[in-house]
Design a protein around this ligand. Structure first.
Ligand code: ADP
Length: 167
């Protein structure tokens, strides 16, 4: 797979992939011909939804869009970008807190690899939405479907019960 300059890499945990993430992908498709959504995971921490399920649901969700590709990875985002031949990373900023965090990561990534980070500011209607809030609502027994893209379909029986208890 050689995306070169046509693709942007959108890394995240996406645990779960929310309306905020989907909005970012949609807006990025106006700027780049290809968006590669990269589901990052930690080998030592399963997360709320297992990574295979996060990837499966995203593949299904974007199945009709040939401009969106889903990959999973562990390790450094810049290593993945270099493996894929991608020169640009996409991140979203909702707040000054996000800004500080993204600034540091973008700087480190640039020092490590020369790869640039493009930031899109959150749609103000979605700026309070985060995967952790969605997990918290689910834990409290609330229906979370309003916060997820319409047709995304996680097999909820795969959700990590221990993590569910911890969120
Ligand atoms: P990570 O675990 O790497 O922080 P997330 O899965 O939480 O990643 O999010 C991936 C990216 O999407 C981050 O840059 C995050 O700031 C951005 N993001 C998350 N929620 C929203 C939202 N509601 N609007 C815009 N950007 C968002």
């Amino acid at each position: 797979m050689n995306h070169n300059q046509t693709a942007v890499l959108f890394p995240g945990s996406f645990d779960p992939f929310t309306l905020g993430h989907a909005s970012l992908v949609e807006r990025a498709l106006k700027l780049f011909p290809q968006v590669v959504v990269a589901v990052g995971y930690n080998e030592h921490k399963q997360g709320w939804i297992p990574v295979e399920e996060r990837v499966r649901a995203l593949e299904e969700f974007y199945a009709d869009n040939r401009r969106v590709t889903i990959v999973s990875y562990t390790g450094l985002t810049v290593d993945l970008a270099q493996q894929l031949g991608i020169h640009c990373i996409l991140r979203g900023v909702r707040s000054t807190k996000d800004y500080e965090y993204e600034l540091d990561i973008a700087d480190i990534n640039h020092r490590l690899s020369g790869i640039e980070t493009i930031v899109l500011f959150a749609d103000p209607n979605l700026a309070s939405l985060s995967s952790s809030v969605v997990r918290e609502l689910a834990h409290m027994g609330r229906d979370i479907t309003d916060w997820l893209p319409g047709n995304i379909n996680y097999r909820l029986n795969t959700i990590n019960e221990q993590q569910r208890a911890n969120t």
